[in-house]
Design a protein around this ligand. Structure first.
Ligand SMILES: *Cc1c(COP(=O)(O)O)cnc(C)c1O
Length: 465
């Protein structure tokens, strides 16, 4: 499988090289040159596979030519052996035809484990084969950092540096990063906001001269294709459990960067009979505003109770737009360029395609808290704030109640005690048993000023030979 850039000006790469880089050199994102499409009979043939066997079938074409089947199987089995629930992605019923897909059974309690635990192992495999060492640098508002650290803690060919905004992530989130000990793991608490962390990572990818000879940076945010690929699997898995392919299924997806819902869109393009895809946003609602009235307009960042969806622009949206523009890279490059400085609309032919694919809804903090309390009252199920946004949007956008609606539950409520307690829940929700000692463990992190040179010199001093 070859990968091409959404802006049409970069050479095609294979899976390994795509995984080991960030953005394409033309500023675009990599997507598969062509997507596999499966017949209903083929889809039906996988309907009773366990999660890991299904993951193998879905992922295999994307890595073909780079990773032999037996090795891929071993990587996938190892990845999901760390999940606590035997179903890996269990479904829970909330109401008639209304379901939650629990994607927080992995080691760091958020859906990012599905992709990042696999990415760490894929990187380790490829780097070992190539006898190459790399540096991971990433910014996190909480969940990406812990999942990436956990996924790479045993990788001898990777030094990982994760920047989080100093005193601006929850204590559970911070401790999930800073209590993982290893001489390849480095947490930087940057004296600034998440945007500053992100800007610093972006500047570092653009000029990697501060790295030792022969090293390169690898991205762990959802611009990395390998993350998206791993997320396609659970759409199939949930749909099968509810009767696909003979029955259609809808999904509601709490999203900020459009990463998770883009994986659902891909599942649909690959042949999975998905009825509705609901884009659920918080007050940072650029996606909702665009899908409802064809206006791409950056607004200032708002800090919400669902911090993992606090974004200004949604990077993965470009991947989906590329398809809606019939893969015209020059048109996408022009659109993205203009978006930096003005409010843009897209031609009606492309917009009609977007409208045909997605519904959207934006949920503010008050409605988030209200949804957590209502669902708890009705069914004694405690939602985290991100999942609550998904449930609220699902209820608002659900068109045909005879089609099952699945909301992706993206985090465990113990990660976000503030929102849960605002909803009237009396205490911070307890952590699962396997991390009950989180508050007793030693922490290690470096507080650094919001200064690029200071961060680079810390990194240069800590990258192992
Ligand atoms: C990252 C994250 C999201 C949003 O994911 P996207 O990649 O933006 O779709 C939603 N919920 C939680 C808990 C997250 O950590």
């Amino acid at each position: 499988m070859k990968y091409i850039s959404t802006r049409g000006q970069a050479p095609a790469l294979n899976f390994e090289d795509v995984m080991l880089t960030g953005l394409a050199p033309d500023g675009g994102l990599y997507v598969p040159e062509s997507l596999p499409h499966y017949s209903e009979a083929q889809i039906a043939a996988w309907s009773s596979l366990p999660y890991t066997d299904l993951a193998f079938e879905i992922v295999q074409p994307f890595v073909a030519g780079c990773i032999p089947d037996a090795d891929l199987k071993a990587i996938i089995d190892d990845t999901y052996s760390e999940f606590r629930h035997p179903a890996i992605a269990p479904l829970v019923q909330l109401g008639h035809n209304e379901w939650l897909l629990e994607l927080f059974q992995g080691p760091t309690l958020a859906f990012k484990d599905f992709a990042l635990q696999m990415l760490g192992r894929l990187l380790d495999y490829v780097l070992e084969k190539r006898q190459q060492k790399v540096v991971i640098m990433g910014a996190t508002s909480g969940d990406t950092g812990s999942a990436a650290i956990h996924g790479t803690k045993r990788c001898s060919n990777i030094d990982i540096f994760i920047l989080h905004p100093y005193q601006r992530v929850s204590e559970v989130q911070r401790r999930q990063m800073t209590t993982v000990m290893g001489d390849n793991i480095h947490n930087i608490a940057l004296k600034g906001h998440f945007d500053h962390c992100q800007a610093m990572v972006k500047a570092s990818f653009a000029d990697q001269g501060f790295l030792p000879e022969g090293r390169q940076l690898v991205a762990v945010n959802s611009i990395n294709w390998a993350r998206i690929m791993a997320q396609i699997v659970y759409y199939f898995y949930a749909a099968y459990a509810l009767g696909a392919p003979s029955r259609r299924v809808s999904f509601s997806v709490p999203t900020g960067n459009f990463g998770d819902i883009y994986a659902g869109y891909l599942a649909k393009q690959m042949g999975l009979p998905i009825e509705q895809l609901v884009v659920a946003t918080n007050q940072n609602d650029i996606l909702h505003r665009f899908i409802s009235n064809n206006q791409f307009e950056k607004h200032e960042l708002q800090h919400t109770l669902s911090p993992s969806m606090d974004i200004v622009v949604s990077s993965n949206f470009e991947r989906m737009l590329f398809d809606c523009f019939d893969r015209d890279g020059a048109a996408i490059a022009d659109l993205m360029e203009r978006m930096n400085t003005e409010t843009v609309s897209i031609p009606a032919t492309a917009f009609d395609k977007v409208r045909g694919l997605f519904n959207s809804y934006s949920v503010d903090d008050a409605a988030t808290v209200d949804t957590i309390s209502r669902v708890y009252e009705d069914s004694e199920y405690l939602l985290d704030p991100h999942s609550a946004i998904g449930v609220k949007a699902a209820r608002e956008c659900w068109q045909d109640r005879s089609v099952p609606m699945v909301t992706l539950a993206t985090a465990h409520p113990a990660k976000f005690p503030e929102a849960v307690m605002k909803a009237g829940y009396p205490d911070a929700p307890p952590l699962p048993h396997h991390m009950a000692d989180l508050f007793d463990l030693d922490e290690r992190y470096e507080v650094i000023d919001n200064d690029l040179a200071a961060v680079h010199s810390f990194m240069a001093a800590n990258i192992r030979a």
